[in-house]
Design a protein around this ligand. Sequence first.
Ligand code: CAA
Length: 386
Amino acid sequence: MDLELTPAQRAVQQLARDFAEGRVAPLAREMDEQGQMPLTLVREMGALGLLGGPLPPEYGGGGWDPLSLALCYEELGRADSSVRGFMTVHTSLVAQCLVAWGTPEQRLAHLPRLARGEWVGCYALTEPNAGSDAASLETAAVEDGDGYCLSGEKIWITNGGIAQLGILFATRDRAARHRGVCAFLVEMDTPGLRREKMPGRELGHRASDHAHLRLADVRLPATALLGAAGEGFKVAMSALDRGRLGVAAGAVGVAQACLEASVAFAQGRRQFGRRIGDFEMVQAALADMAADVDAARWLVYRAAWLQGQGRPATRETSEAKLFATEAAVRAASQAVLLHGGRGYSNEYPVERYYRDIKGLQIYEGTSHIQRIVIARELIGKEAPPG
Ligand code: CAA
């Protein structure tokens, strides 16, 4: 593993940084207050080549390696978690999943417009009774002539209200658990599919679009299957390996933003006749934060590098997501404390980092789930009783 970024990786990092600092950061507070991100940002990300970055050039992509994509997510996450979250779902959970599992016809039909940002993608796995236990999903896929008929509910679907295309998971046999799951490519205006905004005001990530999908006899042709029938759980889990890397990289961005804000505040704020950064307790907080940021970043780089080599990286990706999100939670908590009363107000961005980071610790597999994935690779999965 080369510890230096290549010129191509640096170019992606700079492109994403310029966009994040120039276009996203100035809007972050307003987006948080209004509870949405402007769709013009999606088109801009498409035109800049961010949304299609990791896709093959024949589909309008930039052919980035996973480390370049992680660098992009880190820069976006440093500015705004809702925008980074939008892209992780659109690009990693949907477009890259289509590259991995789609037929040539499915790829050609959808990838170019996802790369341009003309269409938005969403990934619909979670249900009211199937969150962490994804294999227990209840949305039914009944064979119907030469196609399928889907009925059920999906919740917390990021981009669900604005997407034109979804990867939706349903079961043709609940008793078979994960072996019954099928993945479908669904155009979101298909008759029978209704979407509503999730109720309630969220703690963070307020500019993200989170939808409740209701499916009543949604008829799909057999060509809508993504992967083989019964292979949907593997489609879902392999997509999450890529998505979790995106969340981990975004968490590094949040932690980095907390560190930068805290350093600036510790240098500028004076109490007891000195900069507060001259007090050892503040120095300790900053030093721990810096060590956490570096450790999290290197775990993300390692997982990205392994993914780029085509080597198994499920455990390393879960380690990156677990450590980076937990480290960013610590960093955000310390950053708010260090800012004192100012950190408690939305006049300063650390308050938003503190609210947003909780979401990263939960979605795409909670910290508990990441620990399960890691531990199972260490000791194996417990055999079923009997
Ligand atoms: N890649 C490919 N295949 C995988 C895999 C991976 N990373 N992980 C597991 N599999 C395969 C296994 O090999 C196994 O296949 P075989 O039977 O052929 O051996 C099959 O999948 C079942 O695996 P498990 O027995 O480990 O399955 P499980 O039911 O015990 O569940 C789990 C494992 C890790 C707990 C999983 O359910 C999980 O990740 N849960 C969390 C779900 C999650 O992250 N939800 C987030 C949804 S998306 C979101 O949050 C944001 C949004 O808006 C889109």
